[in-house]
Design a protein around this ligand. Structure first.
Ligand code: FEO
Length: 171
């Protein structure tokens, strides 16, 4: 049986992952309205990844015979001052998620919950990748100054991103 402190922290994480999905879907809509369908696609895949994360946490709480408690979402940002603003917001959001995962890991350690520690390790590694990917996109945007032919090429590249379920056995 899962301890209450761990269960509460996992429930908060389910909400944070859904909240991330909601934010990235909003960003996808922003790009779509701006005529950047490749960037819109990239954010839509990001949204799907966050849904997969949320669902994996949901399944894990159930696997441990815990009680999932879904909480309301907060309002998400709808308008941005440009592409760089969107990805800077994404980076700071992912840094916040990394902090949450680290705090969740701390709770698991305090409660000697080795199963949850092991479960969380995938997310610890994933956050390193997420922050690196967004940092790379910000670098590329700086190189092309966020405009012109470079932006068009980048938009085409963003179009090629496809969703790969990170937890196929759990789908
Ligand atoms: Fe599920 Fe982007 O962290």
């Amino acid at each position: 049986m899962i301890k209450k402190a761990v269960e509460d922290a996992l429930n908060e994480q389910i909400n944070a992952e859904f909240q991330s999905a909601y934010l990235y879907l909003s960003m996808s809509a922003y790009f779509q309205a701006a005529g950047l369908s490749g960037f819109a696609n990239w954010m839509r895949i990001q949204y799907q990844e966050e849904l997969a994360h949320a669902t994996r946490f949901f399944d894990y709480v159930n696997e441990r015979s815990g009680r999932v408690k879904l909480a309301p979402f907060s309002e998400v940002q709808v308008e941005f001052s440009g592409i760089v603003d969107v990805f800077e917001t994404t980076l700071s959001h992912e840094q916040m998620v990394t902090d949450l995962i680290n705090k969740l890991m701390d709770v698991s350690i305090q409660e000697s919950d080795h199963a949850t520690k092991s479960f969380l390790q995938w997310f610890v590694d994933e956050q390193v990748e997420e922050e690196a990917n967004v940092g790379q996109i910000l670098n590329n945007l700086t190189l092309i100054k966020g405009e012109g032919q470079g932006l068009l090429m980048m938009d085409r590249e963003m179009q090629t991103r496809v969703f790969v379920n990170p937890f196929p056995a759990k789908a």
